[in-house]
Design a protein around this ligand. Structure first.
Ligand code: F6R
Length: 368
């Protein structure tokens, strides 16, 4: 069943080119028009939306954080992202024009389900982004976009996450199309980039051996930090979560801009720090990230830099470099996440842990 892989997780990581392709399949026409016939919300309903609230837990929450960057940029609809278990305990402002997007791989996470029920009682419209057909969260929602990743058995979410990203991009682009906040050719251009993602993900996977070697090299470390900016910030959080849950070591993700507000005090000689470089030409973020990398390197960090091909601005400050295909900034999380999954999977394997069933964790958390 594991197709020759040692772990379901590793198998599922390598299934991601197929999964990412399937998540997009049938959702656009050849000329780049989005079509979401499956969505049970009318175009009229979607035009009324004046606020989006994305809820989820763990990895699903991080997919929501990426989605916020994309959806606000494309639609200009204010978008909040909230942990599902915090949401209903703070009296959130919801109206019939609020679109609540509930992201859940399993569709059974109790915290997310309770938040969905709460939102519907407040008359908000609820759209589920879910991987499991017929599960409770989509059944109790007004609408659903299925992610079509196929069954995810490893407890740590991998293809679940990447396909959640694709579903969020599809939703954002569809809203932009319905509300005409972007021109058709701009939307088509992004769709075209999304179509190329399976091949790009495959290219990143082809470099797996080099990432495994890094994992083996750092197997004894007590802590790993992850830095990102913009859409790379949630990627840093996701990389840290994978390492915590699989390798049981301290790992933390930060927005690189936060460094000087505290976390830089953590930097010490030899500390491995993953840095997700924003693509070149992305306003000033690229150069700011270069400075952040210089600063932590000067304080002894061992920098592992994820950077797009052709960008040699960090070559002098990176101890290790992982190259990524060149894609638009908003789509980069699909690629940048993959080496971090591989790293966590391999590090945990080397440490002798059960990668598919990490201690204290369950695949779906059906109690609050
Ligand atoms: C992390 C992980 C968890 C889940 C979270 C939500 O690898 O798997 O953080 O993402 O428990 O689960 P779903 O998406 O099933 O609601």
């Amino acid at each position: 069943k594991k197709d020759g892989f040692d772990w379901f997780m590793r198998k599922e990581i390598f299934e991601q080119p197929r999964a990412v392709g399937d998540a997009l399949l049938g959702r656009h026409s050849g000329d780049g028009q989005l079509q979401l016939d499956e969505l049970r919300l009318s175009e009229h309903d979607l035009r009324q939306v004046d606020k989006i609230v994305i809820i989820g837990c763990g990895t699903a929450n991080y997919a929501g954080l990426v989605a916020k960057y994309a959806i606000e940029h494309w639609t200009r609809i204010p978008c909040e992202v909230e942990l599902a278990h915090e949401f209903r305990y703070r009296d959130p402002i919801l109206t019939s024009n609020t679109l609540v997007v509930a992201i859940s791989q399993s569709g059974e996470t109790a915290d997310t389900l309770m938040a969905v029920r709460y939102a519907r009682l407040q008359k908000a419209k609820v759209l589920a982004i879910c991987n499991t057909n017929g599960s409770t969260i989509p059944r109790e929602s007004d609408a659903v976009i299925y992610t079509h990743a196929g069954p995810e058995i490893g407890v740590a979410s991998t293809k679940g996450f990447l396909t959640q990203l694709v579903a969020c991009y599809v939703l954002g682009l569809y809203l932009a199309q319905v509300r005409a906040t972007k021109f058709g050719d701009e939307i088509a251009a992004v769709v075209h980039e999304l179509e190329k993602m399976p091949a790009h993900v495959q290219q990143v996977l082809d470099g797996a051996e080099a990432v495994y070697a890094l994992a083996r090299k750092h197997a004894g470390t007590r802590s790993v930090l992850f830095l990102g900016r913009h859409a790379g910030f949630p990627v840093a959080l996701e990389g840290a979560l994978k390492l915590k849950e699989l390798a049981y070591i301290h790992a933390e993700g930060f927005a690189a801009g936060e460094l000087k507000h505290g976390p830089i005090a953590l930097i010490e000689e030899g500390l491995p720090v993953f840095c997700v470089m924003p693509p070149q030409g992305r306003d000033q973020l690229h150069d700011k990230m270069v400075s952040a990398i210089q600063e932590i390197r000067a304080r002894g960090a061992h920098t592992l830099v994820l950077v797009e091909e052709g960008d040699d601005d960090v070559d002098d400050y990176a101890d290790e470099i992982i190259r990524l295909p060149v894609v638009p900034t908003l789509l980069q999380p699909i690629l940048a996440t993959v080496p971090l999954q591989l790293f966590a999977c391999e590090l945990a394997t080397v440490m002798g842990h059960d990668v598919d069933q990490p201690r204290n964790l369950a695949k779906s958390v059906t109690v609050e």
